[in-house]
Design a protein. Structure first.
Length: 236
């Protein structure tokens, strides 16, 4: 049963090795996102889950052990998390790192990559399966919003469709509304360059039928990409 969830984005710049500790110390949008992610992940541990599952979009679906390794070497950054040869996609690499930042007890029990093209019904079904894996399950859903915040890639010119999409997701996360997440159209993934839709809909499937409180911790756009951070917790 789902008892808590956190939603975080996965830009490589969240990792200090990518931006540099001095860069994060100066604050700004990325520093704000990281602080919100840390707070959201801390909420997962506070829910006392029996199992933590990280879900993130990828080219193909796969299941990894919580100790699996990921790296940022394809981004030219000397950074790795986990043990063994790096195999994790970006979303799970950053998700595993965020959990490990909160303490050794927060090492994920499982890491699930979900193909970004996965249909809605399959995402919801997978979420339901995850929620039944233990009496108390916490989910960390990793995903970025639209990466087309500038119309026609013109800096400073807003793309109304991207803004509407991100606003819809923000409301769904703030209100802990799985039905609203389930209505997100996969057909917009490529058009609006959305990386998080599949992971968010897996969360929707895990939350189906549960009474949850939501909190939108952060909603910013940086480098034309929308980053949303949220916390969900069970009511009562």
């Amino acid at each position: 049963m789902l008892v808590a969830a956190a939603v975080c984005p996965h830009p490589p710049l969240l990792v200090p090795e990518a931006m540099g500790a001095a860069g994060l110390a100066r604050g700004g949008a990325i520093g704000e996102v990281l602080a919100a992610c840390d707070a959201a992940v801390a909420g997962l541990a506070a829910s006392r889950p029996d199992r933590i599952v990280v879900v993130g979009g990828a080219e193909t679906s796969a299941v990894y052990d919580g100790s699996a390794a990921g790296s940022l070497r394809e981004y030219g950054v000397r950074f790795a998390v986990g043990t063994g040869e790096p195999v994790l996609p970006l979303s799970l690499t950053v998700g595993s790192w965020l959990l490990r930042r909160s303490g050794p007890a927060a090492v994920p029990a499982a890491l699930r990559a979900v193909a970004r093209a996965t249909p809605v019904a399959e995402c919801l079904r997978l979420g339901g399966e995850i929620a039944r894996e233990a009496p108390r399950v916490a989910v960390l859903a990793m995903g970025d919003g639209s990466a087309r915040r500038a119309a026609a890639r013109v800096e400073g010119a807003a793309d109304p469709e991207a803004e509407r999409y991100d606003a819809e997701v923000a409301v769904a996360l703030a209100e802990a509304d799985p039905a609203r997440l389930a209505r997100l159209a996969p057909s917009l993934d490529d058009e609006l360059l959305v990386a998080g839709r599949a992971a968010w809909q897996v969360l929707a499937g895990a939350a189906d039928g549960r009474r949850l409180r939501g909190r939108l911790r952060c909603a910013v756009a940086q480098y034309e990409v929308s980053y949303l951070v949220a916390s969900w917790e069970a009511c009562g």
